[in-house]
Design a protein around this ligand. Structure first.
Ligand code: CMC
Length: 376
C-alpha cells in the first residue's frame, strides 16, 4: 500500500462506508450481492430481480416481481425534450457525454427531483434505471439519423434494451447473455464511480446529480472505459497469430494493458470467469470465435509473463461485440448495469449520512509575505 505520512495514495484499502450490498472477497476472488453469489444470480436471476434485491434487501416473490416489472416498464419512455436535446448534439458526440446530459435533464423532469426521502429515492432509482437504458439506445439511434425505437411494453429489461438498440426482437440466447452481463455489472462495492456518487450524496445533493457524477467517473479507461479499450486492443491485434508480437511490443513499450489488473482482486475477478464462458458461447454462436480465441491467447501470454489477472471488462468486450453492441456503447451499457448499484448505495448513504470530507497533505511553500501587484 502506498502510504506516506498518513497519506494513502489512491485511498487503497481505506474503508470509506459501511454497506450491506456487496461482499467482495479480493483474496478469495469471490463476490456476492446481499449474500447471494454472483454466479447464482448471473445464471438464474434477471436484472430486475437483482435491482429489487439491491434496493429492497430481499429477492422478490413472483407477485412482487410482477408489480415491480410493471413499474419499470411504465418508467421506460423519455420526455420528448430529452429526445430533442439528443437531436441538438453533434452527431459525433461521445455517447457517455450524451448520457451525462440525459441524467441531468431527467433530473429536471423528475417529480421527486429534490426530495431525498427513502420513498422518493426508491422511485427515482427505478425511473433512472429504466430511463437511462432508453436514453443510451435513443441517443444511439438519433446519432445514426434513425428514429428511436419506442420501448416495448412486454419485454424484460435486457431484451428491451437490445430491442431499442436495433428495432428487432433479440434471440433468447443473446438476451440471456446480456442479462447476465448486466447483473455482473450491477454492483461492485466502493469502486471509483460508486464512491463518487456517495460523495455527492453526502453533501445532501440529489440522486440525479450523484448519478451525473458517477457517469463522469466511470467513463475513464482505468474504470468502466476499459471495456471499450479492450475491444480496440483486440481490433488492433487483428488476428490470433498476431498476439505474440503484440504482447512483446506492448511489454517493450511498458504499455498498460486494458482489461487486466485490479485494485482489490488478487487471485482473480470472479465476474471475468463467468463472462469468459458467456463470451465463448456468444462468439461461437455468432461465428466470431476469433475474438474469443484472441482474448484467451492474450490473457494466457500476459498472465504467464506478468501474473496480471483479467478483470470484468476483459471478456465483456468480445461478448458484447459478438452480440452486436457498438464498441463506443460498451461504457454506456456498463452504466445501464451499474445504475442499480449506484442508486442502492445512494439509498444507504442518505439513510446514514455524514459529509464525506477527507483531508489533503499540504506540499506547497511555507507561509510567506504577500507582495502587492506593483512590486512583483
Ligand atoms: N497493464 C500493465 N501493467 C499493469 C496493469 C495493466 N493493466 N495493471 C497493473 N499493472 C502494473 C502497474 O504497472 C504497476 O506496476 P509497478 O508496480 O511495476 O509500477 C502494478 O501493476 C500496480 O499497478 P497500479 O496501477 O498501481 O494498481 P492500481 O491498483 O492502482 O490499479 C487498475 C488498478 C485496475 C487501475 C490497473 O490494474 C489498470 O490500470 N488496469 C487497466 C485498466 C482496467 O482494466 N481497468 C478496469 C478495472 S476493473 C473494472 C472497473 O473498475 O471498472
Amino acid at each position: 500500500m502506498a502510504e506516506q505520512g498518513g497519506l494513502i495514495k489512491g485511498l487503497e484499502g481505506v474503508v470509506a462506508a459501511a454497506t450491506a450490498l456487496c461482499d467482495l472477497d479480493g483474496a478469495g476472488g469471490r463476490l456476492a450481492y446481499r449474500g447471494y453469489d454472483i454466479a447464482d444470480l448471473a445464471r438464474q436471476a434477471t436484472y430486475e430481480e437483482v435491482a429489487y434485491l439491491l434496493w429492497r434487501g430481499e429477492l422478490p416473490t413472483r407477485a412482487q416481481l410482477d408489480g415491480f416489472g410493471a413499474e419499470l416498464v411504465a418508467a421506460r419512455p423519455l420526455p420528448d425534450a430529452l429526445l430533442s436535446a439528443f437531436r441538438l448534439l453533434p452527431k459525433k458526440a461521445d455517447p457517455m457525454r450524451a448520457l451525462q446530459m440525459a441524467a441531468a435533464v431527467l433530473g429536471t423532469f423528475d417529480p421527486d427531483a429534490t426530495d431525498n426521502s427513502q420513498e422518493a429515492n426508491l422511485r427515482k432509482a427505478l425511473r433512472l434505471t429504466s430511463q437511462l437504458a432508453t436514453a443510451v439506445c435513443s441517443h444511439h439511434r438519433i446519432r445514426l439519423d434513425k428514429e428511436p425505437v419506442p420501448p416495448s411494453k412486454d419485454l424484460g429489461h435486457a431484451a428491451n434494451f437490445l430491442f431499442m438498440l436495433t428495432g428487432e426482437r433479440p434471440s433468447a440466447v443473446n438476451v440471456r447473455a446480456f442479462d447476465a452481463s448486466l447483473i455482473l455489472y450491477a454492483e461492485h462495492e466502493m469502486n471509483a464511480s460508486t464512491f463518487t456518487t456517495r460523495v455527492i450524496a453526502s453533501t445532501l445533493s440529489d440522486m440525479h446529480s450523484a448519478v451525473v457524477g458517477g457517469i463522469g467517473a466511470i467513463k475513464g479507461p482505468l474504470h468502466g472505459g476499459a471495456g471499450e479499450a479492450v475491444m480496440l486492443t483486440l481490433k488492433e491485434i487483428g488476428k490470433v497469430e498476431n498476439v505474440d508480437a503484440f504482447v512483446e511490443k506492448a511489454f517493450a513499450e511498458k504499455r498498460r494493458l486494458m482489461g487486466f489488473g485490479h485494485r482489490v482482486y488478487r487471485a482473480g475477478d470472479p465476474r471475468a470467469a463467468i463472462l469468459r464462458g458467456l463470451a465463448e458461447d456468444a462468439c461461437r454462436q455468432s461465428g466470431q470465435q476469433m475474438w474469443f480465441e484472441m482474448a484467451v491467447k492474450l490473457f494466457e501470454r500476459v498472465n504467464r509473463a506478468k501474473g496480471l489477472i483479467p478483470n470484468v471488462d476483459f471478456y465483456s468486450a468480445p461478448l458484447w461485440y459478438s452480440i452486436g453492441i457498438p464498441v463506443d456503447l460498451f461504457t454506456p451499457v456498463i452504466v445501464a448495469g451499474r445504475i442499480a448499484g449506484w442508486t442502492a448505495h445512494l439509498l444507504e448513504q442518505y439513510q446514514d449520512n455524514r459529509l464525506i470530507r477527507p483531508r489533503g497533505q499540504y506540499t506547497g511553500p511555507g507561509r510567506r509575505q504577500f507582495v502587492p501587484l506593483e512590486k512583483r
